[in-house]
Design a protein around this ligand. Structure first.
Ligand code: OGA
Ligand code: ZN
Ligand code: ZN
Length: 384
């Protein structure tokens, strides 16, 4: 972009003025973003001052066109009353200057940044990737990770059927989250199961480990054997379900976003509890996290009228989550590894015959690490 394109202009009256369509950048915001080496450590870009170090009566003293040492067009501001000089590249101002009030970017985790789906939307176009291509080609890996962000999951095919391989899958995009189940957990029929997942029973749509805070935000399930009759998998987009609830039963949505719900897990060595709403929204009211697990919801302690409203809303949301048209059914074959957003998707399986062999290895990881790996891949660096 050239030097003379219309953009933010600065007056010397103390206020920062802008072109008519763009709200003016507040002086404190602009000064807080000064890139000079007194304000930021040039080795790492970290800020060297506290917001309270800036003058309370900060104002633009003078402003003029300038160039950065690299010759890029810039604005220079001399601040009053302390005389500090700041040089802002125009490209930076164009990219970061405050936008209109309608544009409130999210953090990538809310419904605003997702493609919501019902089962029919993905039939015949499952987000899949071949393991060899994924492991060997950064572009394939980036696309797969982007699908986890956008759709909530990816299905990796042809992952070697090796013990603990699921940990290597997690390490292609992040760090394994170890829990009381260990670095990984074995999903197979156990003689004395501490969790219904380790039986042959059907498991209705749920998110894992809502009794943990922070909850593991990503889950992996790697199939090593699945010759049992039954044991099919299901996924439900919890953000889509929450949006439907908001449209169909706004009172229930309001109750579920505002009622803390306790979840608990206990066995001989563990006693975990956490309390969060079933539907959590960001500060602007957008759906950001779903917690739903009929097995581990605890006895709630609220006034009777709160319990009454909660149970009506809970039932309404549960009925919605069980609608067949929302549930994407598929079957994991040996070598398949599904990676999914445990703050958004609910997962399920049908019952299976104990006589057959069914064995998955599961692990947890986190979305922030995945987002970091994807961002590094996109800037063309060697990620992980
Ligand atoms: C789990 C689980 C599903 C399955 O282990 O968390 O839900 O397919 N398992 O066995
Ligand atoms: Zn500075
Ligand atoms: Zn589960």
């Amino acid at each position: 972009m050239g030097d003379n394109a219309p953009r933010t202009t600065y007056m010397t009256t103390g206020a920062v003025m802008t072109a008519t369509t763009i709200p003016r950048p507040p002086a404190l915001w602009l000064r807080d973003n000064c890139p000079c080496t007194d304000c930021r450590d040039p080795r790492n870009g970290q800020k060297l001052f506290q917001i309270t170090d800036l003058p309370a009566d900060l104002a633009v003293g003078s402003a003029q066109k300038a160039r950065t040492p690299l010759g890029e067009p810039a604005h220079e501001i001399v601040w009053a009353p302390d005389g500090h000089r700041s040089l802002y590249p125009l490209a930076w101002l164009d990219a970061h200057a405050p936008g209109p009030a309608t544009e409130r970017p999210g953090d990538g985790r809310t419904e605003a940044d997702k493609e919501l789906w019902a089962a029919a939307d993905l039939r015949g176009r499952l987000p899949e990737a071949d393991w060899a291509a994924y492991a060997g080609d950064d572009a394939v890996r980036a696309e797969a990770l982007e699908r986890v962000q956008r759709l909530g999951f990816v299905l990796l095919r042809g992952v070697p059927c090796r013990d603990r391989q699921v940990l290597d899958v997690a390490r292609t995009f992040g760090h394994v989250r170890e829990t009381n189940y260990g670095e990984l957990f074995e999903v197979r029929v156990e003689p004395d199961p501490n969790n219904l997942a380790f039986t042959a029973e059907s498991i209705t749509p749920h998110t894992d480990n809502p009794y943990r805070d922070p909850v593991p935000t990503l889950q992996l399930l790697h199939c090593l054997a699945n010759s049992a009759s039954g044991g099919d998998s299901g996924l439900v987009d919890g953000f889509h379900a929450a949006a439907l609830l908001r449209a169909e039963d706004p009172a229930a949505f309001a109750v579920l976003t505002s009622t803390p719900v306790e979840f608990a897990f206990a066995d001989a060595h563990t006693a975990l509890r956490a309390q969060r709403p079933l539907i959590e929204t960001d500060a602007l009211g957008r759906v950001r996290e779903i917690r739903f697990n009929n097995r581990s919801i605890a006895t709630l302690h609220h006034p009777a009228e709160v319990l009454d409203a909660f149970y009506r809303a809970y039932r309404s949301f549960a009925a919605l989550l069980l609608r067949p048209e929302l549930r994407l059914d598929f079957r994991l074959a040996p070598g398949d590894c599904v990676v999914f957003d445990n703050t958004r998707l609910l997962h399920a399986r049908t019952a299976f015959a104990e006589s057959g062999a069914r064995h998955l290895q599961g692990a947890y990881a986190d979305l922030d690490g995945l987002a970091s790996t994807l961002a590094v891949l996109r800037r063309g660096g060697g990620a992980r």
